[in-house]
Structures are given as C-alpha cells and as structure tokens.
Design a protein around this ligand. Structure first.
Ligand code: GDP
Ligand code: FE
Ligand code: FE
Ligand code: FE
Length: 193
C-alpha cells in the first residue's frame, strides 16, 4: 500500500480534537484485529478505513450542506444532524481530501459512509468498521464488554447487538431514528440468536 500513514495522521489531527484522534487510532487497531480474526483479505485496508472513519466528525453544518449541494445528495438529509451527516455525507470530504485513497480503495469510502447507520447489505469491510467503532479499546459504556465478546464470535451478531443497542438508546432519548438504521436492525437482528 503506497499510502503514507504519517501524512494521514497529520491531516486527521488538524480535523479532530485530541480525544477523537485517540478514538480513531483505537478504531484503526480494532479494525485491523477484526480483519485478521475473520479473514478479511486486506487487514491494512480495514485499518485505514478505521483510522479515517470519523475524519469529518467535527465539520460545521455549512460544510455538510456544501457537500450535500455540491454532490447532489438528497436535500432531505439536511433535516438530520451531525450524527448522521459525519458519515453519510462526510465520506465526500474524505474523498476530497484523500483523492489517492479514494481512487485506490473506494470500498473505504462506502464503509465510512455507513459506519454510523449501517445498511441492509453490508460487506465484510463495512461490518468491520461499524463494529470496530463500537468496541475499540477506549470505549467505555454499559455493554461494551458484551459487544467485544460477541465480536470475538460473529461479525453479523456484533452488528446486530450494536444496532439493537443504538435503536434502544435513540428511542429512549425520543429522537428520530434514520430509516437506514432500522433497515440494518431488521437485516441483522436474527444473527443474535
Ligand atoms: P462516533 O462517531 O464514534 O461517536 O460513533 P457513531 O458514528 O457510530 O455514532 C454517532 C452518534 O450517532 C451516536 O451518538 C449514535 O447514537 C448516533 N446515531 C446512530 N444512528 C442514529 C440514527 O439513526 N439517528 C440518529 N438521530 N442518531 C443516530
Ligand atoms: Fe462516527
Ligand atoms: Fe458506530
Ligand atoms: Fe467513531
């Protein structure tokens, strides 16, 4: 892989605060480990996707709106919030800022796009990034140990567990749930015996 990690780290550091930078390093490591555990053919690609997954997390609303307008995404997206935008729109910022990665590994952009909401049909790389984001070593919440245990056994079950908890969390907060999050729930929940 002719990608300079130090250069990526420098650019990432300029975009996110220190705690999120640390989280990104944790997701890089967790994604690499999941890739090795489940036999994903390019663990270094999974690691890179993990490293970059939250690159666009701290953009202003105006920047997400610019991307939505410039690339012709559905303007209904503007009704959501940065939780949804940073992946679902943010992958376009990664594409702009890392054209060589986008060219060589377009699958990374897709994994970043759906890392928060998932999808009804996820590739192994999509699942790895989605799960790594949840279980990386800096995460500390009720249920994270269970999530890590499940992720040792089955990627699909780990996707299901994470999505069920996210849906529960959002419903408890009484905030809107992005329809694609429900699709992910319906597609994977049966993997959780
Ligand atoms: P992070 O970027 O590392 O903090 O993790 P994620 O990208 O997975 O999630 C960011 C936030 O989005 C979390 O607080 C989730 O609870 C929230 N989130 C996930 N799915 C949805 C959804 O469908 N609707 C809304 N409103 N928020 C969501
Ligand atoms: Fe995120
Ligand atoms: Fe997540
Ligand atoms: Fe994250």
């Amino acid at each position: 892989m002719n990608i300079n990690r130090e250069e990526i780290l420098q650019k990432l550091r300029l975009q996110v605060k220190a705690s999120r930078f640390k989280h990104c390093l944790g997701v890089e490591k967790a994604a690499q480990e999941l890739a090795e555990r489940f036999g994903y053919e390019r663990p270094e690609v999974a690691a890179l996707a993990g490293l970059l997954h939250d690159y666009a997390k701290e953009q202003d609303q105006s920047e997400y709106f610019r991307l939505i307008d410039q690339y012709g995404l559905d303007s209904e997206l503007k009704k959501w919030n940065s939780s949804v935008w940073h992946g679902y729109v943010g992958w376009l910022k990664v594409k702009e800022d890392f054209p060589e990665i986008a060219e060589e590994y377009p699958e990374i952009l897709r994994a970043i796009e759906i890392h928060t909401v998932g999808s009804g049909l996820m590739t192994m790389l999509d699942k790895i990034v989605y799960v790594a984001d949840y279980i990386e070593e800096n995460r500390d919440f009720d249920g994270v140990e269970k999530a890590r245990k499940i992720a040792n056994q089955s990627l699909d079950a780990a996707v299901a567990y994470e999505t069920a908890h996210t849906v529960e969390f959002l419903a408890h907060k009484q905030v809107p749930i992005f329809p694609q999050t429900i699709e992910t729930y319906n597609a994977y929940i049966s993997a959780l015996e």
